[in-house]
Design a protein around this ligand. Structure first.
Ligand code: MN
Length: 714
């Protein structure tokens, strides 16, 4: 995969490009639009120092790549004139007509909106785009082209701006392009954003993919040749070509499945394009008869298209040399839809009529917009679309026979929240096809789902472990946040009241003005916030009273805290902003000095120290109010328990080698568990004593390079 270079285009080249697919092009109107835009922008320059007209011209060029009609291309040339210059829409309407003026007006409106917060801007922007799209999809296509050119020239902007624009592109433009089925644009949006947001990861993946190509291309070509021969033999038409997964697609797969690059098997694959649906299945059969398919990897998106109308057959097989090969099989028409999506509809046509296939698109778009209408606020809407970027879906039924589309892996709880927030909150059980199932049951296409509710029930924190839709996640978290806050507020109030009484002070002090000052001295917005913090155990009631009545110093300390302080000193842990609090280290992630740490406060139990990347945190820390910053300074001679998982081949001598290695590094093994598996592998869990993260990773590296070791992780 190499990076593309973009060349500036001239008006003549643009005209020629359009004429290739639209011989009836109104050249003089196009020229007029060019000079109109040139005139309007004549005093402006792009950040890169080039004349401004290069931007609208490039936008028009992208639109001509999409084979758009002349109206769209002219609107593309004029898209910034009203916003940035003296021009008004009446002028445009007079010269270029109503349609162009409408498009330019809509684009101007889209970019003019001002918002209080970035989040609000993002969400509202997104909703507005959707509404504009409902009026005329071409508004969005021009907006996309505009953003694409800005992304292609992003290197000229200052770093923070690059990041902001790249983030917005990744979060809004890419999912929207995906929803609209414009595959090539989504890929370009994603890879360009990826490059600016995670430059290091991007570069290293680029290298790894190039290397993988070098290693496997020959092999893939061999497989392709075999398939071509077979197609000829059976007289089935089909073009076989190699495909490389795009970088961000690889990155996302690694993230979602928590796997290293080496385990992404579909980086290189083959695509077969044929003429009919029937032939797609025939080719599939042919491939499965040649090589063994990998169970669970076959997807029939022809019979069950993705919600953006993507259609294809996907399968992975164990190829001739025992290596995996992924195939995508589709018709030309399906390929066109996968690449162009909704844009295919606006492609220039001789008679300007919509054919039946395009009418299908319009219907789909209407349904999409309709289904989003009942989402009240823009943020919620954004969440819904953002959360389900790659919709591998299941189709399930309500008891009344209505069909619902949910992301694969969805549970009855996801289903319940998709019906209504209240149904989700009150859900206590579910029946699938008439039988009671656990709430974590994964719905299958064709299931009929009935939710059992009880008015007195609320959601459980455990649900967060298995729900997959963004909607369910955010609703559950919101509920827990509100509940926990309510409870902590009550608890904090009671604790403080009791402490005041104990010292012969009036509980009415809680309502006093001094209390408000105390709250702000803890950087809290309100007394309630302070009480919540007391309830969580993040702030102690004694600290509060010491500030409330400064002259009365507490001298006595409870035993437990003294103990805590001693431990703290011994191990050098500092919890930022908190003095006396009990803490212990989490058993799930075994933090050591040098790790990025975070504390999680539980009333009565003190602070549990986790690694920042501990997977349990996401589930625990629904509420930021319960997290505290923690530092850990390693002290001379002190050691801490850490855990290492090592996978090895099951062969005598390996364990001995490892323990020799550890003692040579002065690492003490305090516990070891060994499990062997039927495929002759051993899983070793070491609990060891190390000084800090540095020593631990040095050790892990040495273990990894030991003969017979297959993998090491914490
Ligand atoms: Mn622009």
């Amino acid at each position: 995969m190499s990076e593309k270079k973009y060349k500036l285009i001239t008006l003549d080249e643009l005209t020629e490009k359009i004429a290739r697919y639209n011989p009836d092009i109104d050249t003089s109107l196009l020229r007029k639009a060019y000079y109109f835009s040139h005139e309007a922008h004549c005093s402006q320059k792009r950040v890169e120092g080039t004349p401004y007209i290069d931007h609208p011209l490039s936008v028009a060029s992208i639109l001509s790549d999409m084979r758009m009609d002349t109206t769209t291309i002219i609107a593309g040339l004029l898209h910034d004139t009203v916003e940035d210059t003296e021009t008004n829409l009446d002028d445009i309407e007079e010269i270029f007509g109503k349609e162009v003026a409408f498009l330019v007006g809509a684009l101007t409106k889209l970019s003019k909106m001002k918002f209080r917060t970035k989040e609000e801007a993002q969400a509202e922007n997104f909703r507005k785009m959707f509404l504009a799209m409902a009026e005329d999809i071409r508004v969005i296509l021009i907006k996309f082209a505009d953003r694409l050119h800005n992304m292609r020239t992003l290197q000229y902007l200052p770093k923070p701006k690059q990041r902001r624009i790249a983030k917005e592109t990744l979060e809004i433009y890419a999912p929207l392009a995906n929803r609209l089925g414009i595959g090539w644009m989504r890929i370009e949006f994603e890879d360009l954003s990826f490059k600016y947001l995670y430059p290091d990861v991007y570069k290293s993946l680029l290298k790894k993919v190039a290397k993988r190509r070098e290693q496997q291309e020959g092999y893939i070509n061999e497989v392709a040749e075999l398939v071509k021969e077979k197609l000829k033999e059976y007289n089935i038409p089909g073009e076989v070509s190699g495909r490389v997964k795009h970088l961000y697609g690889i990155y996302r797969k690694m993230q979602m499945q928590k796997i290293p690059f080496e385990q992404v098997y579909d980086v290189l694959g083959l695509r077969i394009i044929t003429d009919t649906k029937f032939h797609c299945y025939e080719i599939l059969g042919l491939i499965h008869s040649l090589w063994k398919p990998i169970p669970g990897r076959f997807k029939d998106y022809i019979a069950l298209p993705k919600s953006n109308m993507y259609q294809s057959l996907h399968t992975s097989v164990i190829g001739p040399k025992g290596e995996r090969v992924e195939f995508q099989i589709r018709t030309e028409e399906m390929h066109r839809i996968a690449e162009e999506g909704i844009a295919a509809h606006w492609i220039y046509k001789e008679n300007g009529k919509i054919d039946t296939k395009d009418a299908r698109y319009i219907k789909w778009l209407r349904e999409l917009i309709h289904s989003q209408k009942d989402l009240k606020d823009a943020k919620e809407f954004l969440e819904v679309v953002k959360g389900e970027v790659v919709p591998e879906v299941v189709y399930v039924f309500t008891p009344r026979g209505e069909i619902k589309e949910l992301p694969a892996g969805s549970t009855p709880v996801d289903f319940a929240y998709s019906i209504h927030t209240e149904v989700g909150h009150r859900c206590i059980g579910a029946k699938v096809n008439g039988r009671i199932v656990p709430l974590r049951y994964q719905l299958q296409s064709g299931d009929t789902v009935e939710i059992i509710t009880s008015p007195s029930h609320g959601p459980s924190r455990d649900w967060l472990k298995f729900v997959v839709t963004q909607r369910a996640k955010s609703r559950i978290k919101q509920w827990i946040r509100t509940e926990e806050r309510k409870q902590s507020l009550e608890l904090g109030h009671r604790i403080l009241e009791a402490e005041l009484r104990k010292r012969g002070l009036s509980p009415s002090l809680i309502k006093s003005e001094t209390m408000e000052e105390v709250a702000s001295s803890f950087s809290m917005k309100s007394v309630d916030d302070l009480l919540v913090s007391i309830g969580y155990g993040k702030v102690s009631e004694k600290q509060v009273i010491n500030k409330l009545i400064p002259e009365k110093k507490e001298t006595e300390e409870p035993q437990i805290k003294k103990a805590a302080r001693r431990e703290k000193k011994a191990k050098g842990i500092r919890i930022i902003g908190i003095d006396d609090i009990l803490y212990h280290r989490a058993k799930c992630c075994y933090p050591v000095p040098g790790d990025q740490l975070i504390g999680f406060v539980t009333r009565g139990k003190g602070v549990t120290i986790h690694r920042k990347d501990c997977p349990n945190l996401e589930r625990l820390a629904v509420d930021d109010a319960r997290l505290v910053d923690v530092e850990w300074v390693s002290e001379d001679g002190a050691v801490t328990r850490a855990r290492l998982y090592v996978e090895t081949v099951d062969r005598p001598g390996i364990l001995a080698n490892l323990s020799t290695l550890m003692s040579s590094m002065n690492v003490n093994i305090s516990n070891l568990e060994v499990k062997t598996t039927s495929d002759r592998r051993a899983h070793l869990t070491f609990i060891i004593e190390v000084k800090d993260r540095q020593q631990l990773s040095a050790l892990a590296q040495k273990i990894a390079s030991t003969d017979g070791v297959l993998g090491v992780r914490r």
